[in-house]
Design a protein around this ligand. Structure first.
Ligand code: HEM
Length: 177
């Protein structure tokens, strides 16, 4: 498989970034919602010990992806479809970048303002602060729901191409031939 994309399919780097990001986002949504629902500080900290490094990792991967597309690679041609579908798919892709960077920024903001990092990553028994007292908690919560909505739209679009239009969209992203 070529490192860079061709007009017909994504290259190895783009495929690796795409599926790694998908796994990280699922892990982040699950650990984030579990942390926020946790009733005691120790349980919340145990989810955040996993959540925070994943959040920093997805930020680094997303910045790498933006640089990769800007300077090193070119997206394959859009699959045939009407103008509205093509525009909707592009909008969802751009919004993914915006929401992921916003989520990472608000998450880092929450930790910086609350000083919770030392509690999460220490072996002590200090209680975590109430994150809802810090402004970035609100956009972090909205962003999480927006990300779930974007994922639903993105997966629905891919399944529509696969099952209805039968244009082998998954093969473009490395699944199948
Ligand atoms: C794309 C990246 C991220 C995603 C998808 C994500 C997802 C989530 C979700 C779904 C929640 C629960 C929201 C709710 O119930 O309203 C949450 C909470 C939280 N996240 Fe993230 N997050 C990301 C990045 C980060 C980063 C980078 C940090 C810290 C450096 C962070 C720290 C937190 C904290 C402290 C909470 C609050 C838990 C609570 O209120 O109990 N997140 N996140």
């Amino acid at each position: 498989m070529a490192i860079k994309s061709t007009p017909a399919r994504y290259g190895a780097v783009a495929i690796l970034v795409h599926w790694t990001s998908a796994l990280l986002i699922i892990g982040l949504l699950m650990s984030g919602f579990r942390a926020s629902a946790a009733l005691d500080s120790a349980t919340k900290a145990s989810f955040l010990r996993f959540h925070v490094p994943l959040g920093v990792l997805i930020l680094a991967l997303t910045v790498f992806g933006i640089i990769w597309w800007q300077f090193a690679d070119r997206k394959p041609e859009s699959l045939p479809g009407d103008r509205l579908q093509t525009a909707a798919a592009r909008a969802v892709h751009v919004l993914f970048y915006v929401v992921i960077v916003g989520m990472a920024a608000s998450g880092i903001g929450m930790l910086a303002l609350s000083g919770a990092g030392s509690v999460i990553f220490s072996s002590g028994t200090a209680a975590l602060p109430d994150f809802s007292n810090y402004a970035p908690r609100t956009p972090h919560g909205f962003g999480a729901r927006a990300l779930v909505a974007l994922l639903v739209l993105h997966v629905a679009g891919a399944l529509y191409h696969h099952f209805i239009k039968k244009d082998r969209i998954f093969a473009r992203m490395g699944l199948g031939r």
